[in-house]
Design a protein around this ligand. Structure first.
Ligand code: IMP
Ligand code: MG
Length: 182
């Protein structure tokens, strides 16, 4: 991580410690809920990559990890249409699926994914999101596990990017306006 990237954020919204302890709590709850069931975790690339890695390390149950890749954001705005960029390699039919997403903004991405996956007849489907921008919701979605509710600001770090940058920041920060569109 280049040191000056830290100066690109105007505020740290969630610290590294807060992230780690919340993810541990979420993993504990998920481990309890899925103790008797075989869990198929479906991470949504690319934003959830670090969240998925930390969740996995804290789960103490049998779990497989699969990934799906969609895109909707262009820069700091949702483009409206959600595109499936890379599909699952395993059929989720009959599996207990937990969809793991970094952030819910308008809800369009999650709604798209929930519909796509439920049409494939999993035994159960739940959704786990790290960050929820509740005030920005346009499409109602069900969230079963939620890390943090955050204000409607554009944030980066802990896997989240602005034009593919800042994913490696260990905290969630608010990007300074002057670093948009560069
Ligand atoms: P939605 O479809 O509007 O809910 O947007 C969800 C997707 O947009 C997320 O999976 C993120 O990849 C991206 N996104 C939404 N808000 C932010 C943000 O503040 N920073 C970085 N990416 C974001
Ligand atoms: Mg995402």
């Amino acid at each position: 991580m280049s040191a000056n990237l830290h100066d690109h954020t105007e505020e740290i919204l969630i610290t590294e410690n807060q992230l780690q302890s919340r993810v541990r709590e979420m993993a504990k709850k998920i481990s309890r809920d899925y103790r008797e069931r075989e869990l198929m975790l479906v991470g949504v690339l690319k934003g959830s990559l670090i969240f998925v890695a930390d969740l996995l390390r804290n789960l103490d149950i049998d779990v497989s990890a699969e990934f799906i890749c969609v895109s909707s954001y262009e820069g700091d705005r949702p483009s409206g249409a959600v595109k499936l960029v890379m599909d699952l390699q395993k059929d989720p039919a009959g599996k207990h699926v937990l969809l793991v997403e970094d952030i819910v903004d308008s809800g369009a991405t999650l709604a798209f994914l929930q519909e796509l996956l439920s049409a494939r007849r999993p035994a159960s489907l739940r959704t786990c999101v790290l960050l929820d921008k509740t005030a920005a919701r346009k499409v109602p979605v069900t969230i079963d596990y939620r890390g943090f509710t955050i204000p409607d600001k554009f944030i980066v770090g802990y896997g989240l990017d602005y034009r593919e940058r800042y994913r490696g920041l260990p905290y969630i920060g608010v990007l300074r306006k002057e670093h948009y569109s560069k």
